[in-house]
Design a protein around this ligand. Structure first.
Ligand code: SAM
Length: 484
């Protein structure tokens, strides 16, 4: 098994994908040696998942694990015997650390110790993504005019990743970031070009050939946009566009043919991802809207207005039977989880419930989310600041439609459900954590620790595991080329 070191591991999306890759003889291709992450809840999620993997790979009982994640037993009730042993062992793999100059010595010595457990010069892989907040377009527009933006240390956390590359020289690395990285600037310098230049000039002299996972082209001729991966092209039911760099150490690069991901035969839709989940309704929150409106009357008026629009036929097609849908379903489901956990809706204000219902009806008719301006006036939010300049999103409300991939599940889903309105009119609510997790392709047996806000945050931050699995397959087959 090839060792993996995971930096800025989040809840472990990349790791989950890589960890599920198998060789042709059925054995696992990768084994996680160490994950580094600063968030306490994400670390708990990683550790629980590591425990699950440990038990499952060893063919041990998973009863305690499922009892816990499905809420049948408390932690105290399951924390004994083989589960406890596996949990203790997994502590060796998950490290709650703040990567930065101050922690370099400590993290270096941990990595050194882990790599010493393997044969000298054995191939291994570094995965991870320095945090994306400072590069993301949403993050930037929220911070327009912020004089400290250029000095934000998050801009430079990629240097921690480069330091590990330089110090330990993995055979292959995978570095993920938001698409905003390509347009992000530090003064007049493009952040992307700065990172590429730093990558080419690592102090130890080690060099990497930087390949694209989607464009089969001589690395010297690749354009920045060739590094963008559109998750929806690879069987993920979500439009998520990310930059992924695949680095192959120059001494082995000539032995490893280029390889790219294989596109899915059809997109996977929100319907395929969510339709089988139990229908659930939101509780109403205790918060009272500022103005008093008779929402029942308002909704009737809005629906009448809609009726006059007539209906637009939405093509459903037979994509539900495609290979991509089948692969997705097999990946997500687990017979041990007949009813997935973490599927409780957040409470919503009564006013939002009416708005969601009407918007979902409109979306069904239009085949796309209505814009704010399409909404009958009676349903405009009273606290509307929608058109105010500087508001990051032109629309504060978005219905996700059934027969297309969803829009990006971003970490702000933890704060704002308006952007993730469920397409079923009769459910009138925003997505649950499980729905967000399914759109991110986390299997139903994946459990996110922490309060709900933190669960959403973790899900939104992750690399979709099903995409990561395909990246892992490419990497495993590249490494096999050196072994053969
Ligand atoms: C985009 S997420 C990574 C997602 C992850 N690669 C995956 O596949 O699920 C970035 C993560 O970096 C973590 N992070 C940010 N700054 C950090 C630091 N200085 N040290 C360690 N972790 C950090 C954040 O808490 C966040 O979980």
């Amino acid at each position: 098994m090839y060792p993996l070191i995971d930096l800025f591991a989040g809840p472990g999306g990349l790791n989950e994908g890589f960890s599920s890759v198998r060789n042709s003889d059925g054995s696992y291709a990768f084994s996680n040696s160490a994950s580094f992450e600063m968030d306490a809840y994400a670390c708990e999620t990683l550790r629980l998942r590591e425990t699950y993997r440990h038990l499952s790979r060893a063919g041990r009982s998973l009863e305690g694990y499922f009892d816990y994640i499905l809420g049948r037993k408390t932690w105290a009730e399951i924390y004994n015997g083989t589960f406890r042993e596996a949990y203790m062992e997994s502590g060796d793999k998950v490290h709650r650390e703040v990567l930065g100059e101050d922690s370099r010595t400590q993290i270096d010595s941990l990595i050194r110790e882990r790599l010493l457990r393997h044969k000298p010069n054995a191939p291994w892989v570094l995965i991870g993504g320095p945090p994306c907040q400072a590069y993301s377009l949403a993050g930037r527009s929220r911070r327009t005019g912020d004089a400290n933006f250029a000095s934000d240390h998050k801009h430079f956390l990629y240097r921690e990743y480069l330091h590990i590359l330089d110090e330990f020289k993995p055979t292959i690395f995978v570095m993920e970031n938001v698409k905003g990285l390509l347009s992000s600037k530090n003064g007049d310098d493009s952040m992307f070009q700065t990172i590429m230049a730093d990558l080419r000039a690592l102090p130890s002299g080690v060099t990497y050939e930087i390949r694209s996972l989607v464009v089969d082209e001589d690395p010297e001729r690749l354009k920045p946009s060739d590094f963008i991966i559109k998750a929806e092209d690879y069987g993920v039911p979500q439009k998520r566009h990310r930059v992924i760099l695949l680095g192959v150490r120059s001494d082995v690069a000539p032995l490893i043919p280029r390889q790219v991901l294989v596109r899915a035969d059809t997109p996977v839709t929100v319907r395929a991802a969510l339709e089988d989940l139990p229908s659930v309704r939101a509780q109403t929150s205790k918060r009272v809207p500022k103005a008093t409106v008779d929402w029942a009357v308002a909704e009737q008026a809005a629906l009448q207005e809609l009726a006059e629009l007539g209906s637009v036929p939405v093509p459903v097609g037979d994509v539900l039977g495609s290979t991509a849908h089948l692969i997705y379903r097999i990946w997500i489901r687990d017979d041990m989880v007949p009813v997935p956990s973490q599927h409780q809706p957040r409470p919503h204000m009564v006013s939002d419930l009416a708005r969601y219902r009407v918007m979902a009806t409109m979306a069904e008719r239009m085949g796309k989310s209505p814009k704010y301006t399409d909404l009958p006036a009676v349903l405009h939010p009273e606290h509307s600041n929608v058109s105010k300049e500087g508001t990051p999103f032109t629309d504060r409300f978005r219905v996700q439609v059934w027969d297309a991939p969803s829009t990006t599940i971003a970490s702000h889903i933890s704060k704002d459900g308006h952007y993730y309105i469920h397409p079923a009119r009769d459910q009138a609510r925003s997505f649950t954590v499980r729905e967000a997790a399914r759109l991110q392709t986390f299997p139903d047996n994946y459990f996110f620790e922490g309060p709900r806000t933190q669960q959403f945050h973790q899900v939104g931050n992750a690399v979709p595991p099903l995409l990561a699995k395909q990246v892992g397959e490419v990497v495993a087959s590249m490494l096999a080329a050196i072994r053969d």
